[in-house]
Ligand binder design. Structure first.
Ligand code: PMV
Length: 314
């Protein structure tokens, strides 16, 4: 049986979440320890069968609900290739936790689009740029008004400096000078990006000047962070993470659970810590060194982190 497989990593936003929706620069990095993997296989029966064994789901494309992200991704590939797919099974597996700011939706979409376009021998549509563009269309289901940073970092699988702009987003994958040792700790609180982004929008509409100042401050932090990443200046990066967290708190997207873990990490020796992603739950990230990693991790677990894993961004 002919099979094609592709995968995409999880992601974290290092700097600039929320402000990125309003055109400010942000930096995201892939988290390669967790991945979404999609396998396409030719099969006998007519139609496209969508299977997500981890979620205990299996259904036909024609039966999919209106906002089903897997079905949307398949339809986008059908549109892009001008074909109607049939006699195919699409199996999706993922080790990326759902709704916790690690980009599971974007990674699943990118892996599916890459696997399917390769399976159809459409290498022209399987490029990072094309996968990024199609995955963005799927992201709209999850996010409402996505900035595009999630689909970009998972499609390029490299640290990326990103600015949402017309007619084309600025996408600059870049090399970082020294590996970043991060701990990613889950509050265990699920938070829907769409709701948090919508709430920030309402606050921005009510208090435009104040919010735009905060977004601009986050943008300046992201710019400074890029310089620090390219110079391997981890002390500066830690300070910038703390500063970014203050602005996120002012935007009301932090939470008591996040702040408890952030304070714990700093006290235990992290160089800096902040929430990552939409906030109000999900994950926080702490910048550590190989020397402090174990003690910070233990402190986070003791403070009630749901799950803590180490990720090195290189
Ligand atoms: O919740 P996440 O990790 O998918 O991140 C959302 C990032 C935001 O900046 C809040 C929204 C966006 O579309 O960029």
């Amino acid at each position: 049986m002919e099979q094609t497989q592709a995968s995409a990593p999880g992601k974290i936003i290092l700097f600039g979440e929320h402000a990125v929706v309003y055109g400010q620069p942000a930096i995201a990095a892939p988290v390669t320890q967790v991945r979404a993997t999609v396998t396409i296989a030719n099969s006998e029966p007519a139609g496209v069968r969508l299977i997500a064994p981890d979620l205990g789901k299996a259904y036909w494309l024609t039966e999919a609900q209106e906002h089903d992200p897997l079905a949307r991704a398949v339809r986008l590939v059908e549109e892009a290739t001008g074909s109607t797919l049939s006699q195919m099974t699409v199996t999706v597996r993922s080790t990326i936790p759902i709704a916790s700011g690690l980009g599971s939706g974007a990674a699943t979409a990118a892996a599916l689009i890459r696997a399917l376009t390769r399976h159809l021998s459409r290498q022209d549509l399987a490029s990072d740029e094309q996968v990024c563009a199609l995955a963005y269309e799927v992201e709209k289901i999850h996010h409402g008004t996505p900035s595009g940073i999630d689909n970009t970092v998972v499609a390029y699988e490299q640290p990326v400096y990103f600015v949402r702009q017309e007619p084309k987003n600025l996408i600059e994958p870049f090399a970082i000078a020294a590996p970043l040792h991060l701990l990613i700790a889950d509050t265990g609180v699920r938070s829907a990006t769409r709701h948090v982004v919508g709430d920030v929008r309402r606050q921005w509409q009510a208090e435009r000047a104040r919010f735009e100042e905060m977004f601009a401050a986050c943008g300046r932090i992201a710019q400074a962070a890029r310089t620090a990443l390219e110079a391997g200046d981890v002390m500066e990066l830690g300070a910038l993470m703390d500063e970014n967290q203050q602005w996120l708190e002012a935007m009301t997207v932090s939470s008591a659970e996040l702040e408890k873990l952030i304070a714990t990490a700093r006290t235990a020796g992290a160089l800096g810590a902040k929430l990552s992603g939409a906030g109000r739950g999900g994950n926080m990230i702490a910048l550590v060194t190989p020397e402090t990693q174990t003690s910070v991790r233990q402190a986070l677990i003791k403070a009630g982190a749901f799950d803590v894993f180490a990720s090195t961004v290189e």
